[in-house]
Design a protein around this ligand. Structure first.
Ligand SMILES: [Fe+2]
Length: 281
């Protein structure tokens, strides 16, 4: 495979899109006016092959970020160095603006689940995840972004709020926040806390990227499916977040029942108008 040289780690701004395989050809054929794309790291962590060729072709025309689910930062397992080595190789190749993962755990005793599982918000878990983030940042040689989870249960052992936990982890590690407004709304409704108070408690200078997505209302709780347009209450919360944090680069995530590219583009245009201050908070 050729060693393509990209402009190093271009900064991102505006409303980008999550890159999905259904849209490769449309993007190559039409070169749509999208400010940046987010690639799912695990889809491209190989030594070669068509997905990587496509990722390089996208990166040749657009800034990108790498977003993963496999670091298992909240697990008591040691970091998976094989995974991190492959991620580092991918990052060296694609020069992403950011690398992000989640405030969650996906493995225990080296058995991996397909779910991002929540942590108890206690000091012991704070120390565990902070140590992992520090190790990962040292290995990758860059600052990570970590994303707030959506969740369906809380632990009776938790003795601090999620926003306090996240604030402490950010302080312990110097990492930055990928604020998922849909996740926040889903968790706030499921657990009955104030999403506005949560936003107000976050360190403003640490919010570097925002995610928006669609949830499913399952009569009694909200489920984070990433299979719908962004719902009105999430847009409302997003406007409040932009009023508080400024014009933070924002991404539309759509992972199931992926629609035509133009549907995604219409969603990102809606976010762009809010970022541009064209709709009031
Ligand atoms: Fe997200």
């Amino acid at each position: 495979m050729s060693e393509t040289v990209f402009s190093p780690a271009a900064s991102i701004a505006g409303a980008g899109l999550g890159l999905r395989s259904e849209h490769y050809q449309h993007i190559f054929d039409n070169k749509p006016d999208v400010p940046w794309f987010e690639l799912l790291s695990e889809n491209y962590m190989a030594d070669g092959g068509l997905p990587l060729v496509r990722a390089e072709a996208i990166r040749a025309s657009y800034p990108i970020t790498l977003h993963g689910v496999g670091m298992s930062l909240g697990s008591v397992d040691p970091l998976n160095m094989s995974y991190l080595s492959r991620l580092k190789k991918l990052a060296d190749r694609l020069e992403p603006t950011y690398i992000s993962d989640h405030i969650a755990w996906v493995s225990v005793n080296n058995q991996y689940t397909h779910d991002l599982l929540p942590l108890p918000y206690i000091e012991e878990a704070q120390k565990i995840i902070a140590e992992k983030i520090n190790q990962a940042q040292d290995f990758l040689g860059r600052t990570l972004l970590v994303e707030n989870p959506s969740s369906y249960l809380t632990f009776i052992q938790s003795d601090m709020s999620e926003e306090t936990f996240i604030g402490e982890v950010l302080k312990d590690t110097g990492c930055e926040l990928l604020l998922d407004i849909n996740n926040l709304y889903v968790s706030a409704i499921n657990h009955g806390f104030s999403a506005e108070d949560y936003l107000a408690a976050l360190p403003k200078d640490k919010v570097k990227e925002i995610h928006l997505a669609g949830y499913e209302d399952r009569n009694g709780y909200l489920f984070d499916t990433h299979g719908y347009p962004v719902h009105d209450p999430v847009w409302k919360l997003y406007r409040k977040a932009i009023a508080m944090f400024g014009s933070v680069p924002t991404l539309i995530e759509w992972d199931t029942d992926v629609p035509a590219f133009d549907v995604l583009l219409a969603e990102s245009n809606k976010a762009q108008k809010i970022l541009d201050g064209m709709t009031s908070p």
